[in-house]
Design a protein around this ligand. Sequence first.
Ligand code: ZN
Length: 265
Amino acid sequence: MMMQLDALHVTIAPRRGWYVQWELRGVSPSHRLRLERSASSEGPWDLVSELAWNVYGHIDELAEGRDFWIAPIWRLLVLDDNTGDVLLESNSETYGSTRSPRFIAEAIRQHDMVMTRLHGQALTRDFMLFKSVTWGSLCYACVDQITKQPFGGDCGVCNGSRRIGGWGAPMRMRGYFADGESILTARQQTGRMQESQRRLQMSSWPIATEGNILMEVFQRVHWRVLNVSRTAPNGMVVSQSLLLDRVPQDHAETRLGLELDLADA
Ligand SMILES: [Zn+2]
């Protein structure tokens, strides 16, 4: 499969630094990632971190510019894990003085304050986010190796991802259901939204994409992400709104995360 970087998101992590996140396809355990940073797209580049192939993002806490007047530039490299050859390389956008990230930092701080206040009122929920890999070997237990068509719904080998080792390391996150009464009204009036669907509001970390699975940590309920809309002035994500569909009990995805000990994590 072709290796491809679909997106390289940079956004502000108040009091911590910068979130750098990517949507990468076609990487496998024979690769590793390297994240670098520079003040200019011409370099020189400083090493931020070497990362495993199945990592989706990194918090850069050491970058200059904590006042967020300007943003550095990050570069993501995909390396052959054996030879160290660079197979793919891509820079983040530049956020110059005309597009000061400082105003976006303020918007993110305000969104975080709302989240913190709702959390104080026990209105938020904790989730684990799972991303399926879109590469690697097809599952031998539930996919016809010749026609590449899946057979059978519930597979304990790949937990429904249709790939061997099909779910990456989960990421913990927090969100709140932003539908309440309005969604019930929408259902009654248009009949468009299904009974099993909900709208979740969350921050810019981690970046969620269609097809991801969320597990509510304490309720152990699983949701599939149907679509994501992002508030992203100047291309920096401030917040995300997810349309979720409840995963039916007999689907293999409902086993994701059940083995995790999350009691006081
Ligand atoms: Zn399978």
